[in-house]
Design a protein around this ligand. Sequence first.
Ligand code: KIV
Ligand code: ZN
Length: 400
Amino acid sequence: MYNVNYLEIMNSNKVQIFDTTLRDGEQVPGCKLNTKHKLVIADRLDALGVDIIEAGFPVSSPGDFTSVSEIAKLIKNATVCGLTRAVKKDIEVAAAALKHAIKPRIHTGIGTSDSHIIHKFNTTKEKVIERAIEAVSYAKNFVDDVEFYAEDAGRTSNEYLARVCEEVIKAGATVLNIPDTTGYCLPEEYGAKINYLKANVKGIDNVIISCHCHNDLGLATANSIAGAINGARQIECTINGIGERAGNTALEEVVMILKQHPYLNLQTDIDTKLLYDTSLMVRDNMGMPVQPNKAIVGANAFAHSSGIHQDGVIKNRETYEIINPADVGVTESAIVLTARSGRAALAYRAKKIGYELTKIQLDTAYQTFLKFADRQKEVIDEDLHLIMKKVNKISKIAIA
Ligand code: KIV
Ligand code: ZN
């Protein structure tokens, strides 16, 4: 049995990263992964430095059971977690799947909003509390580390949520997950919810509060950061922000926000240099493209195409970039040549492929460049060689 000091984590500045790419992320339509793919991703997540890997929902299918079980055997550093409903059978199956994990965690819970209590369960608030207590107590028979989720906490009244939290802490929960399941909350509201729980739940200082935010209004990352600022010490997220509907909080975003804002005094153990490569491997294994303008890992995240920006970046990268691309494993910023590019960008790119232009040669090259650029979306290296050939006929270009 390993020992975790929850009080120490809650009072520290470390934010634990709980990766749910293989569970909530995999719930994306068309994203079914087989065990082999899941093992490759889990291994990478462990190398990336995530604290917890939610490996799946073991009772959901024999395939998911096998995946969780194999991941539990493989992973040496991270805690391996399995999801359950507040149902005994789910908990038993999750415990069996996690049997070989060095650090096993059962993640159990139930809906707590009026909408879930009335429409999903057709029951009462008191009965939901009873089921929550039963689930946590039952899970404690199998593992020490039990995380409780209050599904749809984002739309649950703070008073009732506080009661649920207090009861599950008494039952032995070690982590309290406060999901904004429908991505409804505003950052201030979500932050205030965490703050309310910290102020009003007996025993809360002995457990870790976790943020689990969905992106229906594009606020998942902002809400998770608001939660951490207000005292949460775990953020649940996925690589590339994949997940149900509009997705989950993107791991790379929260990690880089905390790194780029050191005055928040919140840190993670993520090896940020592996972020870009991990994004590509999840994209390829899941067959889920990443939008080009995606923060941190999108193809355009470090690409500059307008003349004003390019001129600035060539003079000093920090004029238009707040992140050093090398910090996330991107080799360098890209200067993309389009009809909006200026002479500085053209000279820069020409030099990169071996041409040192004089001012007069650059003027001549730029006129030809504009004709290319007006015809096509982007002027690439092959085009540049053609442009330089034309200039060379008028005056010999030096080799850079
Ligand atoms: O979004 C959610 O509420 C969840 C829970 C099952 C943790 O994914
Ligand atoms: Zn979720």
